[in-house]
Design a protein around this ligand. Structure first.
Ligand code: SAM
Length: 237
């Protein structure tokens, strides 16, 4: 998979993709991630990437021209219907569809090239959304100062679902949301930490009992923290 991120603050990303699972996936050739400065696609002499909103009001809006040029360079076209198969152009936006594990899985399974556009200020000229974007995505019901943290969240959650990204000793199958529940609690050594002990069932080596305990705890945690996952409210089930 190839992931391209468009931003006016490329330095923001620093080494964020150089650790753990993403780093390993990059080294193994499972994913390639590139961060691009939108400003490099601006053609005027001041390299302008934003301008005042038509109709007045606060703040600035990211201009369409550099973003169109960047998308054309990265996908070969500005015609959304002519993108190569497997291409998704994602606009990070609080107005977008909620990003969930199911969406991460769908991207991991179906996409081969994801381009993420990070907005700033009041957002991005709507013509980008209307003409270039295949998926307008929000990472939650709150407003960030820019799309960069959202791009990191989305890239991370997709890469860990790519085949072989997690390595043979780990699996995403028991992670929260994958089976409709939150994950169960986990413990490691020491079995007794300042008098707080690990549940006995985890120490007895009886795998059937351990599985039963894990399921019950996952259910309990889901009931406590995310009842909506069980009741189907918010279209979760
Ligand atoms: C300050 S926000 C713009 C908010 C916009 N005026 C609104 O109220 O919908 C600037 C940029 O941050 C990003 N952003 C903010 N909140 C986000 C969220 N919940 N999910 C994804 N991106 C977000 C978007 O790229 C957005 O264009």
């Amino acid at each position: 998979m190839k992931i391209d991120v468009l931003t006016i603050f490329p330095e923001f990303f620093g080494q964020v993709f150089d650790f753990g699972i993403i780093r390993r996936a990059k080294l193994a050739g499972i994913v390639e991630i590139n961060v691009h400065d939108i400003r490099e696609y601006a053609t005027d002499k001041h390299k302008m990437v934003d301008d005042r909103p038509f109709g007045g009001g606060d703040g600035m809006v990211l201009k369409p021209e550099p973003i169109f040029a960047a998308i054309e360079n990265l996908t070969g076209t500005c015609d959304r219907d002519a993108y190569p198969a497997g291409t998704r152009v994602v606009l990070l936006s609080p107005q977008g569809k909620p990003f969930k594990q199911a969406m991460a899985k769908e991207f991991a399974d179906d996409a081969t090239h994801i381009v993420m556009i990070c907005g700033r200020y009041e957002g991005v000229d709507e013509r980008v959304n209307d003409l270039l974007v295949t998926d307008e995505v929000s990472i939650g019901d709150y407003v960030l100062s820019g799309g960069e943290p959202a791009a990191i969240v989305i890239a991370d959650s997709i890469v860990r679902l790519l085949p072989n990204a997690l390595g043979s000793d780990t699996s995403a199958a028991n992670d929260s949301f994958s089976g409709g529940l939150l994950d169960c609690p986990h413990y490691t050594r020491p079995a007794d930490f300042r008098g707080y002990t690990v549940p006995e069932v985890l120490l007895n080596g009886n795998h059937a009992e351990i599985e039963k305990w894990r399921f019950e705890k996952a259910l309990e945690k889901t009931r406590q923290n995310r009842i909506d996952l069980l009741t189907g409210e918010n279209g979760e089930m």
